[in-house]
Design a protein around this ligand. Structure first.
Ligand SMILES: Cc1cc2nc3c(=O)[nH]c(=O)nc-3n(C[C@H](O)[C@H](O)[C@H](O)COP(=O)(O)OP(=O)(O)OC[C@H]3O[C@@H](n4cnc5c(N)ncnc54)[C@H](O)[C@@H]3O)c2cc1C
Length: 132
């Protein structure tokens, strides 16, 4: 049996699980999806919250309800990938061995990686721009 492991059960990971479940049939394939969260956030919905168009319960659902049957949902924080050994290690010490890996852990902004984008230097330049 081959093992497809998807890291991240956000929009991308959930879509891949639902799509590939139709193509990678058991018993030849097993599919697992790993996420540390229990909640799925429909991020575009955040824009409608301040205007009372959506309530929080409209945009926050459990991850489980979007994961198809027969896909193994693992609730754990991913620590690292060891590509040479085809394995993913979780912070709780558990290990997932994969044949195919999809990384869908999302993105984060990193202003600290751009000189001048964070801290007093940035605030001072905005202040100077606005008030000079
Ligand atoms: C306000 C707002 C409005 C938007 N509007 C639109 C729109 O109109 N149209 C559009 O196309 N897009 C829109 N987007 C963007 C869209 O929501 C994102 O591009 C999309 O959700 C990204 O999906 P993703 O699966 O890549 O990442 P995410 O949905 O962020 O999922 C990543 C998942 O990985 C998990 N994860 C990460 N690291 C670890 C780890 N170490 N261990 C375990 N789990 C981990 C996280 O818990 C998370 O569940 C909007 C976003 C925002 C914030």
């Amino acid at each position: 049996m081959k093992h497809l492991v998807i890291l991240g059960a956000g929009t991308a990971g959930t879509m891949m699980a639902n799509h590939l479940k139709k193509h990678l049939k058991r018993p030849e394939w097993r599919i697992s999806i790993i996420d540390e969260r229990t909640e799925h956030h429909y991020q575009p919905g955040y824009l409608f919250l301040p205007f009372d168009i959506y309530d929080p319960e409209d945009i926050v659902k459990t991850i489980e309800e979007f994961i198809p049957k027969n896909v193994n949902l693992i609730q754990a924080k991913i620590d690292k990938i060891v590509p040479a050994e085809n394995k993913v290690i979780m912070t709780n010490g558990t290990v997932a061995i994969y044949d195919v890996l999809i990384i869908a852990t999302g993105a984060r902004t990193a202003p600290e990686e751009i000189e001048g984008m964070k801290g007093e230097e940035w605030q001072k330049s905005v202040f100077d721009f606005l008030y000079l």
